[in-house]
Write a protein that binds this ligand. Structure first.
Ligand code: SF4
Ligand code: SF4
Length: 115
């Protein structure tokens, strides 16, 4: 790049904001339609297990007794298939990603109160 070209870039950058985002200090705005994490509305779930059977990565485990629905977020590829096949429409794909984790844990939602 010539000196003139370089000076042009420097001047342009002086009068425009940075292209980078100040995450995590400025909350991320996720675009509409972004594929984030799967959420469940447990009160509507009938624990039929269809989402578990259809999930291509075996991220979901459903138990009838005790009634529980769990998801391994590190396995989920946000394909939306479980949302499409759920007969009660109690699953939804959020635009936000699941929080960062360094340990392999599953998010468990139980219909019974935790003792
Ligand atoms: S398919 Fe829907 S209703 Fe059936 S267990 Fe999964 S979340 Fe619950
Ligand atoms: S979005 Fe896809 S990978 Fe994630 S739990 Fe649902 S079916 Fe499985």
């Amino acid at each position: 790049m010539s000196l003139m070209g370089f000076a042009k870039v420097v001047l342009k950058n002086l009068f425009t904001g940075p292209v980078t985002e100040k995450y995590p200090f400025v909350p991320k705005v996720y675009p509409q339609g972004a594929r984030g994490s799967v959420n469940i509305e447990l009160a509507k779930c009938i624990f039929c297990g269809i989402c578990q059977k259809k999930c291509p990565t075996a991220a979901i485990v459903v138990t009838k007794e005790p009634k529980a629905w769990e998801i391994d977020r590190l396995r989920c590829i946000s394909c939306n298939y479980c949302v499409e096949v759920c007969p009660k429409k109690c699953l939804a794909l959020d635009t936000k990603y699941a929080p960062v984790t360094i340990t392999r844990t599953t998010d468990k939602f139980s219909a019974q109160p935790v003792a």
